[in-house]
Design a protein around this ligand. Structure first.
Ligand SMILES: Cc1ncc(COP(=O)(O)O)c(C=O)c1O
Length: 390
């Protein structure tokens, strides 16, 4: 592994190796540059950190527990710990990032918050943060996702947000991001609160920073429980925010193996997949130079996964880099494998996970079968939103 990785994967502002950057229309260029400057200047001050950590503690309910899953461990044949992001207020990791960004938006005097959402968890977390600070909120969501994640649409509306259903394309997360970016270009005075570690700089850096609380806590909690570091850590990956949140703190620990589960949909050998790191091509997509699923002409292709939060053809640039330098192994998990894991952990542990998080459980069950390893799985969210459909 390179020294650069040991210190920080970001080799210059906004770049991870050759991946990243900010490829946006001129109207947003200055705006994002100002946002990046503001982030670096503000987010690391004592005053900001104090307010962020205070809200994570008193409002979100952090630290989230690191739970030893005994019956699941016996079933798999390895010692499995679950990082319980599902227990956060609003039921997923997304709230860590929205609290961080809303504090930036507040200091910038934003009058309106824009967001995109796939599974609806980021939409709910944004609507929640906006309600907390009394700022207007508009959330773009693909029409297909509005149907498959109905519970979260109702929650966002109850929280006072306007949910805009996007009919374009496949009506999934990619189309929601396009619509949100389009609206942002027309309304550059709004604050765009992006929900994953994707898009133009500074979003991948900011989102990873606010989510890195997951790995910081997990590392400390695991050391307390076991007196050593885990053999392996695992997370599911859509755009990459819960995964990078867990991974960042462990990247310098060369003996800790790192794995991510992407949505393989109907299989890596089909076109109905969302496995960008396994099958994607390098291109500029939604503001960044990274990997993206491509059609036969090399244009961005649609994606497919049963999990709305993983159903995205792009990937954050930091993951494209970690894949390139082989610090993280990215595996595809099919819909069927994820559904089996959804049922497995519900029955073995009394925890109903989000279908996104079930991909990570499925990967761990495959990789660590009778391996006697110690493993942390990031349980990124809870599955209430998926119960009716599965
Ligand atoms: C519970 C849950 N896990 C994972 C994801 C995937 O997003 P990311 O890769 O940014 O963590 C989502 C996205 O909506 C989600 O709701």
């Amino acid at each position: 592994m390179t020294t650069q990785t040991q210190q920080n994967t970001e080799n210059k502002q906004g770049y991870f190796g050759e991946f990243g950057g900010a490829f946006v229309p001129p109207v947003l260029e200055g705006k994002l540059k100002d946002l990046a400057d503001f982030f670096y200047k503000t987010a690391f001050t004592e005053d900001f950190e104090k307010e962020f950590i205070h809200l994570l503690k008193t409002y979100v309910g952090r630290p989230s527990p690191l739970y030893y899953a005994k019956r699941l461990s016996e079933h798999i044949g390895s010692k499995i710990y679950l990082k319980r992001e599902d227990l956060n207020h609003t039921g997923a990791h997304k709230i860590n990032n929205t609290i961080g960004q809303i504090l930036l938006a507040k200091r910038l005097g934003a009058k309106q918050i824009l967001a995109e959402t796939g599974a609806g968890q980021h939409g709910v977390a944004t609507a929640t943060a906006a309600a907390l600070f009394g700022i207007k909120c508009k959330v773009f969501m693909g029409a297909e996702d509005v149907i498959r994640q109905k519970l979260n649409v109702n929650r966002m509306e109850l929280l006072g947000a306007e949910v805009v259903s996007v009919d374009a394309g496949q009506g999934t997360l990619k189309d929601a991001v396009d619509a949100a970016l389009g609206h942002y270009i027309e309304h550059p005075d709004a604050y765009y609160l992006l929900g994953s570690a994707v898009g133009p700089h500074p979003y991948p850096t900011m989102v990873a920073h606010f989510q890195s609380i997951i790995g910081k806590e997990a590392r400390k909690q695991f050391l307390e429980a076991e007196g050593k570091l885990p053999d392996s850590i695992v997370a599911c990956i859509g755009g990459g925010s819960n995964a990078i949140g867990l991974f960042k703190e462990f990247i310098p620990d060369e003996n800790v193996k790192i794995y991510a589960a992407e949505g393989a949909g109907e299989g890596l050998d089909t076109k109905r997949t969302a496995a960008t790191l396994n099958l994607g091509k390098r291109m500029i997509f939604q503001g960044a130079d990274s990997l993206c699923l491509a059609d036969d002409e090399g244009n961005p292709a649609g994606s497919f996964s049963i999990a709305a939060g993983l159903d995205y053809p792009g990937i954050g640039p930091e993951h494209a880099f970690l894949n390139e330098i082989k610090r993280v192994e990215y595996h595809g998990i099919t819909d069927k494998e994820a559904i089996d894991a959804f049922k497995l952990i519900s029955e073995k542990e009394g925890i109903i996970p989000a279908i996104e998080s079930s991909h990570a459980v499925a990967l761990a069950a495959k990789l660590f079968k009778n391996k006697n390893e110690t493993v942390i799985i990031n349980l990124s969210g809870r599955g209430d939103k998926d119960v009716e459909r599965l």
